[in-house]
Design a protein around this ligand. Sequence first.
Ligand SMILES: Nc1nc2c(c(=O)[nH]1)N[C@H]1C(S)=C(S)[C@@H](COP(=O)(O)O)O[C@H]1N2
Ligand SMILES: [Mo]
Length: 301
Amino acid sequence: MAGRYRSPLTWADVTPKSLYMNRRQIMAGGGAMLGAGLIGGEAQAQGDLEPNTWEHITTYNNFYEFGTGKTDPAEHAHRMTIEPWSIEIDGLVDNPGTYSFEQVMDGMTVEERIYRLRCVEAWSMIVPWNGFELADLLNRVGVQDGARYVAFETLLRPEEMPGTRFPVLDWPYVEGLRLDEAMHPLTIMATGIYGEPMPNQNGAPIRLVVPWKYGFKSIKSIVRMTLTADEPPTSWNVANAREYGFYSNVNPNVDHPRWSQATERQIGAGIFAGRIPTLMFNGYEEEVAHLYEGMDLTVHY
Ligand SMILES: Nc1nc2c(c(=O)[nH]1)N[C@H]1C(S)=C(S)[C@@H](COP(=O)(O)O)O[C@H]1N2
Ligand SMILES: [Mo]
């Protein structure tokens, strides 16, 4: 392995922090920027962010590399080898290289963030993620002038991923964010759920979580990140550009061509619970609306 490291990260210039905020601290308001503390009053009013059960979060998944059924990932993702794991970080960065998972985690501030995950299929669940801000990692590798986007890529290992034998998507799964979206403090690299290491079906060992965008932007099991000048391709946009744009911000006013985005079904709420209204930017409007000032979100969907 050692020979593969082109440019090992040295975090020497960074003060290591090992703060881990547990849920109680966050709920008590210990972190103004965290979880429930961040969402607006409107979101609070439709029900506080009471997390879904471990069972729901780990058995109702989208991870097409393991099949397109909701229970396929729970059934097959155990076949994915996650040790050792490394992430290649390249493109317009000062310190490109192949970093082991351990190097990436070294000194990172892992916190719990309770976010709603809103799927484009119009269901949602509340997940207590553990992770660190993507901005912290990007700052460490040094983003160069001229970088305007971050491209992400998922592991592609057909012998461990039965779903990739079918051309459902253009494998490997790829996603992208504009640099300011990637640097936003709500954007995290998640490495666990409920304080446990990330289950394979949820994107072990490390995945993106962007709470104001549809679930598919939150790419799982990341093996590569590339800083680019141009907007990178994204798997769902490549598969069907009319239905899935680059931005894919949660927006109750812009329907998917085949169904409404105005409401959502809460996974685990019970069959009598009824649908709830979907909030602009998934309830994070105050925090992120400024990123899209002057953009027509019906064009840039
Ligand atoms: N690599 C990869 N990442 C992915 C997907 C996928 O199929 N492959 N599905 C996306 C979709 S559509 C959703 S809704 C979320 C689901 O995350 P969860 O299973 O942890 O709830 O993962 C996203 N990330
Ligand atoms: Mo999704």
